[in-house]
Design a binder for this molecule. Sequence first.
Ligand SMILES: Nc1ncnc2c1ncn2[C@@H]1O[C@H](COP(=O)(O)OP(=O)(O)OP(=O)(O)O)[C@@H](O)[C@H]1O
Ligand SMILES: [Mg+2]
Length: 239
Amino acid sequence: MSRVLEVTNLEGGYDSVQILYGIDMYVDDGEFVTIIGPNGCGKSTLIKTIFGIATFYNGKIEYRGESVSRWRTDQLVNHGIAYVPQVDNVFPSLSVMENLQMGGNKLSTTILNNRIDKSLKMFPDLQNRLFDLAASLSGGERQMLAISRALISDPKFLLLDEPTAALSPLYQQQIIERIDSLREEGITILIVEQNARLSLARSDRGYIMSNGKIVHSGDAKTILDDPEIGEYFLGSTGH
Ligand SMILES: Nc1ncnc2c1ncn2[C@@H]1O[C@H](COP(=O)(O)OP(=O)(O)OP(=O)(O)O)[C@@H](O)[C@H]1O
Ligand SMILES: [Mg+2]
């Protein structure tokens, strides 16, 4: 299996505020990998540093064998990486269609329309809402739009930051299933999730962060079955 992402000894943060300390992690082609950890431990910062929007200090970020440390976001997008932010991931005052179009404003009309069609096939719930304002969507529909928008660049590697936050359990399940099915389109998934059990159940592997460091990593099933990890990181509901 070929390596999509390899992060080695990464130090990062926001200007002079260091948040990440010596992060080592990887994602292989076709994998679904989940990062979990308590609020404020640096999960979003890790994803943002990989995507070139937080400050890279030191270490190495490699994408398909090529060093992409300090690359700009648009360069990463051109190389097949897309990112769905935790907050503010749609333009509420634009329609669903306009949001999708914004995801590919550098593409020719033909390619853009094809990509929008393909995206809507993966998220058919949006089909009837195309000319409604994004502000009028439910939380779940909004997340679907945010993911669809990211798909317009035809990514091969998708970074998602808490796509199920604040959704009803039904929508949480649905969104995670849809994300999982993106693997059938050849998209590799790296996701940050608060709903750790839900996401790990679909994952190949998981990483646990605490205080800006990776404190545990392993096979998703092993993490789910580890009683000690369950008690501290996965919530108390059990299986
Ligand atoms: N733009 C910023 N400038 C400075 N510090 C920031 C900035 N954004 C976040 N931080 C700080 O970085 C630390 C890590 O935040 P981060 O958002 O990565 O955590 P998280 O694990 O994603 O948390 P959550 O689960 O709440 O989303 C926190 O202490 C936060 O206050
Ligand atoms: Mg976060």
